[in-house]
Design a protein around this ligand. Structure first.
Ligand code: PHE
Length: 332
């Protein structure tokens, strides 16, 4: 009797091995392990017939073994088919990143990042330390040490984003003057570029987040406004690709410089305001623990402003928009 069913079982095993997809495998499963499948029918057959107990037991053992074998084979085949489908998908979706690009629709760095990088490189080449500092800072670095009195209007919460206690989002990169001077290793030649935050509403010239660069030169050797002017003219000539750039100073007030001034730059025939500058106030040095005769100049410029002037755009929002048609048109 066993030999009679053996050949049918073998047929099914062959079918399982050659099944190509889940449908084929499923119908084999129904035909073998299903309610009306060969295994169930064999068991019924054995039960119904008048065999000796011994023969019956042998037959049951055999059928159960076959059942287990078929179950395992179907399971194994199922994972094989799954793997095959998965691998075909992966092969189909494979992207060869070494192939040449079909069109010039590729991404680039944002103009602001490129400008920051350009300025960084310039100052590194000129022997400055280019440093980064925290955007979340304390009143000490943003105000106190910079000689900005507790009553100064800029400290009010309508101008400054306070976080809690004396923690705030820095309103200027001048914080980095304090961080560098506090190391007390003179001379200092540093540039720091980064984001600053102010409670301004957005309009064509204001944004609550913008990018500033800070430059500080300080040491025991005398430094005068001429040195500041020279550094600014060199830097702005580089940025505006113009060897004969002209700048002018207008007196202004920043508590951490004395005298303090605003810097205008002659560009395409008009004077444009580009930032603040001055000779470092003695209180700033003493607040950083530096005593004795010490000299320094500092200036701070807005990076967005530089990009806007260079590209003749009058709305800062263009720089933060994601419209690539505009962004692509901007140049360094
Ligand atoms: N920190 C000043 C500002 O944000 C700019 C400045 C920097 C002025 C350095 C003087 C010296 O307006």
């Amino acid at each position: 009797m066993i030999s009679k069913i053996q050949s049918r079982i073998e047929e099914y095993i062959k079918e399982i091995k050659t099944a190509n997809n889940h449908n084929e495998l499923n119908s084999i499963k129904i035909n073998t392990l299903g309610k009306n499948g060969i295994i169930k029918n064999l068991l019924k057959d054995v039960l119904d017939r008048e065999y000796d107990d011994d023969v019956k037991k042998n037959a049951f053992d055999y059928i159960n073994k076959v059942k287990q074998q078929i179950t395992q084979m179907i399971l194994k085949k199922k994972t094989e088919i799954d793997d095959f489908i998965q691998n075909s998908k992966i092969n189909l979706e494979y992207i060869d990143v070494t192939l040449p690009v079909k069109n010039n629709n590729i991404g680039t760095r944002h103009i602001l990042s490129s400008m920051v990088e350009k300025i960084r490189k310039y100052f590194i080449f000129r022997g400055f330390d280019v440093v980064d500092g925290p955007e979340i800072d304390r009143e000490f670095y943003n105000f106190d040490a910079l000689n900005i009195k507790k009553t100064h209007p800029a400290r009010q919460s309508c101008d400054t984003f306070y976080i809690h206690d004396d923690w705030l989002l820095r309103t200027q990169t001048s914080t980095m003057q304090i961080r560098e001077l506090s190391k007390k290793t003179l001379p200092v030649k540093m540039v720091s570029i980064g984001r600053v935050f102010r409670c301004d509403s957005v309009d064509s010239t204001h944004s609550p987040i913008f990018t500033q660069m800070e430059c500080l030169v300080a040491g025991r050797d005398p430094i005068c406004i001429g040195n500041l002017r020279h550094e600014l003219i060199n830097f702005l000539s580089f940025i505006f690709d113009n060897k004969n750039i002209d700048i002018r100073f207008r007196t202004s007030y920043f508590p951490f410089v004395e005298p303090g001034m605003e810097v205008d730059c002659l560009y395409n025939g008009s004077w444009l305001e580009i930032g603040g500058a001055g000779i470092v106030h003695p209180n700033v040095f003493s607040n950083c623990g530096i005593d004795g005769k010490v000299y320094g100049f500092a200036f701070g410029l807005g990076i967005e402003r530089i990009v806007m002037i260079k590209n003749n755009i009058n709305d800062i929002r263009f720089l933060y928009d994601t419209d690539v048609r505009i962004l692509r048109g901007l140049s360094l």
